[in-house]
Design a protein around this ligand. Sequence first.
Ligand SMILES: [Zn+2]
Length: 318
Amino acid sequence: MRTLGVVLALASALALSSGAIAAGKFPKSADIKVRNLTEKDFPRWQQIVPNVYAYEDTHSPDPSGGVINTVSLIVVTPAGTVLVDGQGDSMDGTRLVESIKKITPQPLKYVVVGSDHIDHVGGNPEIKAAWPGAIWVATPASKATMERNKNAVLPAELVNDKRVMTVGGTEIHVLNLGRAHTGGDLAVYLPATKVLFLGEIYLRDVFPAMRSAFPTEWIATLKKAEALNAEWNIPGHGFIDSKEELKADLPESRKAIEAVIAEVNRLHKTGAKCESPQNCEAAKQANFGPYKDWALSGSQIPLAVAKVYQEIEGKLPK
Ligand SMILES: [Zn+2]
């Protein structure tokens, strides 16, 4: 049944990538319900360019019941495969391993940790068990976070600024564009095909999720990502529609963060209090305009307001 489901999901995903979905047809939300999808429609994947796949499984982090996808990138070469970001738990990890094995018999050579959050690393033990020889790559900041969180799989190679790897003739740039959503964020760029996987640096139609973010630095990081002028800009959460829509929504995701920062600065000036996400009067007074309809806003608004208060008051981690 799983195989049939994946094949059908692949067929519909390919329909998406052929531009069958017109821009603006759906409300701007990454919630799978707005696309009339359920968790049974996942996992699914689609080919972005030859030998490069976006893989989606579901993640339900929201107490209000919102369900979004979590995106991994799979790059296949004649000398092995590269995975960027895993999935959320051991079941998701096992599904990802099975799916990669359906795409290619090549062994996994590298795993790049673009986001150290649990929804992207929780299934890593299953991936490591399937391919014990794979080399795990992350920023020093993510390594520290993963050690603190007692993650079972820790990176063996660290990237401070940029690491260029060539696997089976495919050049892969692992880029630290600056702190954004986690503080250890990495992006991966494939110069030959201009595919840029941004992971959680790019949350498409998801309310700016700031639990461990650096709000103002995130904007600078997104501007660097936009300046790469990639053809394909792949988000860590959000639908994989046409390359034109994905590119147009990359600055939209930045404008959402800018709008949140501006509104929270306004609230801070009024003297509205926000001691913590749980005790945040300012969050109740906030007006985020159209962004309040983006996925997960119910749970993310208090977190974002509290985080921007920390930034305004100089209380962010160094
Ligand atoms: Zn995530």
